[in-house]
Design a protein around this ligand. Sequence first.
Ligand code: HEC
Length: 120
Amino acid sequence: MKQISLLVILFSVSFLFLQCKSEVAGPDEGSTPIDTAKTYLYDPDIKKILNSNCISCHGASFPSGGLSLTSYNAVSAVSGKIKDRVNRTDGLMMPQGGPQLSVSDRKIIDAWIATGKKEK
Ligand code: HEC
């Protein structure tokens, strides 16, 4: 009987451990460090990130929150909000419902804003 409860405890502990581990590794998985010497551009760098993660909800027709992320002007105008939302982990996080963008994608957005939001 004692051995069985010991086994149960061992299983739950390792299960909890695995859960924590996958949570920490999640957003970073498969991400490569960004090239800091590079100037990131709306087209193609930012566009690529938005097209694969945001356009499903923020497309041109019936965009969520009234926000279409399909043109340089629109994206440039709300870049501060985009930066804020993709770095949040609360209910306001974007993409809504997760998963969070990779660390490298978020760094690319930061670098693009910091270098003057160049179009192409
Ligand atoms: C599953 C649908 C969905 C996806 C995917 C999604 N969004 Fe959103 N987004 C929403 C909804 C719904 C709102 C309005 C509610 C709110 O403000 O949280 C919103 C609001 C926003 C706002 C605030 C608009 C404002 O005027 O305040 C920003 C900025 C934003 N999203 C950026 C993004 C970015 C960047 C991505 C991709 C990384 C993204 N969203 C992906 C559904 C989505």
